[in-house]
Design a protein around this ligand. Sequence first.
Ligand code: FAD
Length: 277
Amino acid sequence: MTRGTDDFYGTVVRREQLTPSLVRVVLGGPGMAGWGAGRPDATDAYFVLRFPPAGAPYAAPFSVAQVEAEHPRALWPAHRHYSVRAWDAVAEELSVDFVVHGDSGLAGPWARDAQVGDQVVLSTSHGSHRPDPGADWHLLVGDEAALPAIAASLEVLPAGARAIAILVCDGAEHELELSTPASLEVQWLHRTGDPSDADLLVDAVRSLDFPDGRVHGFVHGEAGEVREVRRHLLGERQVPRADLSVSGYWRRTMTDEAWRRVKRDWNAEVESDVPTA
Ligand SMILES: Cc1cc2nc3c(=O)[nH]c(=O)nc-3n(C[C@H](O)[C@H](O)[C@H](O)COP(=O)(O)OP(=O)(O)OC[C@H]3O[C@@H](n4cnc5c(N)ncnc54)[C@H](O)[C@@H]3O)c2cc1C
């Protein structure tokens, strides 16, 4: 097997249940050597995990290019994007926080069942967002899937910075302690199982008494929910596009494959929600 230049092999070295629905998996071992080289200086850094389909005649560790050359498309590995929660450059260990959202899907169940010694194929990382030190305050909005990037963003804010985080989860036991040198105000919103849960984030942002000055915003999570927050921030709050990082990390009722198929059209529609000035 020839290992591709973008293939790394992570071995599960630790697994920690952070909340009932959030699991931290730490990937290390010799297959992670050099993974940190060229890592972006971003707090939303993400990478791709590869999962062989059921019945595949290969298992991790595998070369993605070789598998794709030797097998029909139906046997190619599926992929999922995950955020870099933390990278320990000395131990060469990557911490990844997975939302475990039931039995459906690939990545959630994999993380739920991960055992020390399991192996997974992953790519190098990409990313572009970092809190702007020139902003007067920082607004971080999202759900559990965005928590890793939000937590990483909060950690790099300096003392004296001001941040407001508006986060949605399933209840008090799903809340995560967030640490930051900045002055942080956190609002945890709890879903109740009602369809109106989809409005929790946008309603909270609508009700927020905005501090004075320029805001730098990071809004990520379920696509429909972040769309409404974006519409409000650009439209009613007149936040400049350049001061916002917004994206739908996942889409309710769709697998990641289904979401990726419609994401381009969705993003084009979202772009037209608020006309450019
Ligand atoms: C750049 C980027 C970074 C991301 N970082 C993270 C991260 O650090 N941690 C993380 O957990 N997720 C993260 N995500 C989201 C993650 O990629 C998706 O949630 C993905 O769909 C999960 O794959 P799966 O195989 O578990 O479920 P899928 O097979 O994709 O979906 C199966 C079912 O589960 C539902 N589902 C998927 N995700 C969720 C969820 N979060 N909550 C409730 N239901 C869900 C789907 O709607 C579908 O009905 C990130 C996404 C992007 C684009």
